[in-house]
Design a protein around this ligand. Structure first.
Ligand code: ADP
Ligand code: BMX
Ligand code: ZN
Length: 291
């Protein structure tokens, strides 16, 4: 079977064809439209998948947002230009005529990364530091989705009660500080208006504010990881997303985590599948569904 895998993030849309051996070909990417109206996302998805779906037998989507009954419900609508909900499976079924499965992006990536681990792992947590901060929890070898799809939304745990407002309506979430959007939102002066990617470039050139903004993100993520260790007793935490995979970021998180008491220490790894973890996890989950 050939799966058309789609990854919907707050910044970019990706799609590729994935075979049963998890080989990924014909990968395409487009920017995520920042629009409150579902039409813009529908049109972008159609453009993205049009050259691919004639070669596929099913569709598997990893998407930002809470995925409930095939519908995307934003917990942080600001990450999607204000879009609150979107009928994901219905839209892709209408475009492609193929059976479609949808799952949260970080949950999907967690599933792929769990399968890439070597050794006797039963409990692991995946964190994406990207437009937002997402999470996926594997407990006793099972992916936790929760009854309503909310499980693993670790970016919306509390980092600082006096911190910035989060788009989810809560003040001081991890996401509001550590995510790409959170890093960019805190920039002032010369760096005001820069995105996280540009801030990483400036940090590489020695800019003090840029280095401090990245440190604040890494410190916040490390504290979250200590909380995650206390909650799940996971054997490892895997980090993905473009911020999470940026050069030097994981090392900073490791340095911050090392300052926590020994009981909270856990091994950290970069995502084995890098930027394709969501695509491959969705494809794997579709393989596991007996049609
Ligand atoms: P999505 O959230 O759509 O899944 P990404 O994982 O690419 O997409 O995350 C987007 C965020 O990562 C943005 O805030 C962007 O500025 C930032 N970013 C993209 N590329 C890099 C990079 N090379 N280094 C650091 N940050 C990056
Ligand atoms: C947000 C939330 C999560 C998602 C996470 C990472 C929305 C639209 N998304 O916390 O569901 O997993 O961002 O998403 O509320 P990404 O866009 O950064 O990949
Ligand atoms: Zn929040």
């Amino acid at each position: 079977m050939t799966t058309l895998a789609i990854d919907i993030g707050g910044t970019k849309l990706a799609a590729a064809l994935v075979d049963d051996a998890l080989n990924l070909v014909a990968r395409r990417e487009l920017p995520t439209p920042a629009s409150k109206t579902p039409d813009a996302l529908r049109t972008a998805l159609q453009t993205l998948v049009e050259p691919l779906f004639p070669r596929a037998t099913r569709v598997a989507i990893a998407s930002t947002g809470i995925i409930r009954d095939g519908v995307l419900l934003a917990i942080n609508p600001l990450n999607l230009g204000g879009l609150l909900n979107f009928p994901l499976t219905k839209t892709l079924e209408a475009i492609t005529g193929l059976p479609t499965l949808a799952v949260n992006d970080a949950q999907a990536a967690a599933w792929a990364e769990y399968h890439a681990l070597h050794g006797d792992y039963r409990d692991m947590v995946f964190l994406t530091v990207s437009t937002g901060v997402g999470g996926g929890v594997i407990s006793h070898g099972k992916l936790l989705a929760g009854t309503g799809g909310l499980a693993g939304h670790l970016g919306h745990t509390l980092a600082d009660p006096n911190g910035p407002m989060c788009g989810c309506g809560r003040r001081g979430c991890v996401e509001a500080i550590a995510s790409g959007r959170g890093i960019a939102a805190a920039a002032v002066g010369e760096l005001a208006g820069c995105d996280a990617k540009a801030i990483f470039t400036r940090a590489g050139q020695g800019d003090k504010q840029a280095i401090q903004l990245i440190h604040r993100s890494a410190q916040t993520l490390a504290r979250l990881i200590a909380d995650v260790k206390a909650t799940t007793d996971c054997q490892c935490v895997v980090i993905g997303g473009s911020v999470g995979l940026a050069e030097g970021y994981l090392a900073r998180v490791e340095t911050c985590l090392a300052q926590e008491p020994a009981v909270y220490q856990v091994s950290l790894q970069s995502a084995h599948y890098r930027h394709d973890a969501g695509l491959l996890g969705a494809a794997l989950l579709a393989q596991g569904e007996k049609a």
